[in-house]
Design a protein. Sequence first.
Length: 156
Amino acid sequence: MQLCDVIDVDRIAVDISVASKKSLLEKAAALLAAAPESADARDIFDSLCQRERLGSTGLGHGVAIPHGRVAGQQTVAGAVIRLQTPIDFDAPDAETVDLFFALAVPDRCTDVHLRLLADIAERLGSEAQRRAIRDAPDPDQLLRLLATDPTDPASR
């Protein structure tokens, strides 16, 4: 399963404004709940908050991957949020965060979401990839970027 397999253009929000980590998680939960066979937004929000209490899902370089296991979630759902103005997300490098890749996974899901998290972390470890995502003019282009293999020179 690839990242682009769990994200739909309708679950990509670009250049939005939120005031806080809580507001961001509420927006992520609403987007994730819009996926087919998803749990309701409140359950997803609670799961995202519970995971954040264990430690920030901020990766550094302005990127975070809020995620959670959700009872009632039938399939893995993903969403992308790009903020107009970065917010504090308790990232390990103390930088504010503007790129969020959120996942809601079934509570019984094991290695699938771990592979997706690793894929996101690897993909966004590249400054060029982060810049391309930040520069994408709309959700369609952002989704196309996520569908390409960042290690393949022909896809750049």
